[in-house]
Design a binder for this molecule. Structure first.
Ligand SMILES: *[C@@H]1O[C@H](CO)[C@@H](O)[C@H](O)[C@H]1NC(C)=O
Ligand SMILES: *[C@@H]1O[C@H](CO)[C@@H](O)[C@H](O)[C@H]1NC(C)=O
Length: 431
């Protein structure tokens, strides 16, 4: 099994380099050569699209703006006492403080194109045509690129209301050309998705009419979305999709969807009912904190599911939980105050196709507090978590080991890059 993460790295690089009203790089993001990062928005944001940071001095956001709103009694990453560390194999010694990599130059960002057309909220390299597929919510009814040939989507037959913008594009990785010709009729806002074994995209869920939708996209770069708005049995908004060993795909969770289901294998057919997942019911709380669960296919063909601070192995043939792992202490790791997770690279040691290599999951960041989202919506901010837990999910009785990142992180993403390093990319750090 080969990790499929490197293409995502590129996507994330792109996603911080494009113009967007909703998703803007932090003030320390290096600018293109010759441009002062603090003034980068002036070059990129030519039309001065107002973003949430406009009320502060720098539209790209300045963490210092929030300092005054930090909660004074915040505990941040808990300083575990030896007695608390029984949860962690190795105890305090397993929690090395990683020195900050600021002085080691590890690369730089280059501006590849100054307009991605749509905000790259969802983005993935399509391996069959070397284009990046990017798509965003349709609800805003605006993007930086129109549908071709005067096409519009009719939103209301009675009023004749239309949306003539593209919300989905393909970006040519060779020449930065944009292809905007893919109409999306169901909202992909906070949907899930993934590549099939033959490199085509299946997207699931989203907002309102998009919630029960399965979307197929192939034949790139001449792709056209094929949308099936009633294919899923439960509405899936903030759910997670994953590939299974037998080629099927599973979709897990979502707001008010404490269940999972498999994407219908025959395109155009619909699921009649989802499988209830008690684990998601048990891990939800008033701020939810278990949305976009972290889901990885384990080499033993079970599905690892992490939600809030707990994790299980789910057998996708019997639909039963076959193992529960120890709680990861320290806080809440899933959306809305999201941490991030990866399945670390696997080392296959034999020629035996039935070998089950050790698999280790790394979960980092999030929030120590159960009410981070509620308070952030009132402009009060807790410090994010700085710690990570590692768990060998293929071992009989594994336990979490603790590590610290150089900084606290929430709403980040992690990707494995060559030489097995990890890059942590984040949208929000509050220091
Ligand atoms: C279309 O607009 C009419 C008039 O405003 C409204 O009554 C109706 O609910 C709208 N239909 C949809 C599908 O939004
Ligand atoms: C795990 O999270 C729940 C809230 O969903 C909380 O009640 C519980 O105390 C947490 N457990 C630990 C060990 O932090």
């Amino acid at each position: 099994m080969k990790p499929l993460f490197p293409p995502r790295l590129l996507l994330l690089l792109l996603s911080v380099a494009v113009v967007s009203a909703q998703d803007t790089p932090g003030p320390t993001a290096p600018g293109p050569d010759g441009l002062d990062p603090a003034n980068l928005y002036k070059a990129l944001n030519k039309d001065k699209v107002l973003g949430p940071h406009e009320k502060f001095g720098n539209p790209f956001g300045n963490p210092d703006d929030f300092k005054g709103d930090k909660l004074p009694n915040d505990i941040g990453t808990p300083q575990f006492q030896a007695a608390d560390l029984h949860e962690f194999v190795g105890g305090p010694a397993a929690a090395p403080v990683i020195s900050s990599p600021v002085d080691d130059f590890l690369g730089k960002f280059e501006l590849f194109t100054d307009n991605s057309g749509v905000c790259a909220m969802h983005a993935i390299v399509l391996p069959n045509c070397d284009h990046v597929l990017m798509y965003d919510a349709t609800i805003w009814r605006i993007s930086k690129i129109l549908l071709p040939n005067g096409q519009c989507r009719v939103l209301n037959e009675t009023t004749g209301e239309k949306d003539c913008y593209a919300h989905s594009v393909l970006l040519n990785l060779k020449n930065a050309d944009l292809i905007p010709s893919m109409q999306l009729h169901t909202d992909t806002w906070c949907s899930s998705g993934g590549l099939t074994v033959d490199g085509n995209l299946i997207s699931t869920g989203g907002f309102q009419g998009g919630a029960n939708t399965v979307r197929h996209l192939d034949n790139c770069p001449k792709s056209v979305w094929r949308e099936y708005p009633s294919a899923l049995a439960a509405p899936r908004w903030y759910s997670t999709q994953a590939q299974l060993a037998d080629g099927r795909m599973i979709v897990i969770g979502g707001r008010a969807a404490q269940s999972f289901e498999y994407i219908p294998q025959q395109e155009g057919t619909s699921n009649t009912k989802p499988f209830f997942f008690d684990f998601l019911q048990q891990t939800t709380d008033p701020d939810e904190n278990n949305l976009y669960p972290f889901v990885f296919l384990s080499p033993d063909k079970n599905v690892f599911v992490f939600a809030n601070n707990r994790s299980v192995l789910l057998n996708p043939n019997t639909n039963a939980v076959v193992k529960e792992f120890p709680v990861l202490p320290g806080g809440h790791r899933n959306y809305p105050a999201s941490g991030m997770a990866v399945l670390l690279p696997l080392e296959v040691k034999t020629e035996d196709p039935n070998e089950v290599p050790d698999a280790e999951v790394l979960v980092c960041g999030g929030s120590a507090h159960i009410d981070s989202y509620t308070l952030a919506s009132k402009n009060m901010f807790y410090e994010a978590l700085q710690d990570c837990g590692r768990l060998k999910i293929t071992r009989p009785n594994p336990n979490w080991r603790r590590e610290l990142m150089p900084t606290s992180r929430v709403m980040g993403d992690m990707v494995i890059i060559f030489q097995l390093s990890l890059i942590y990319l984040t949208r929000v750090t509050i220091t």
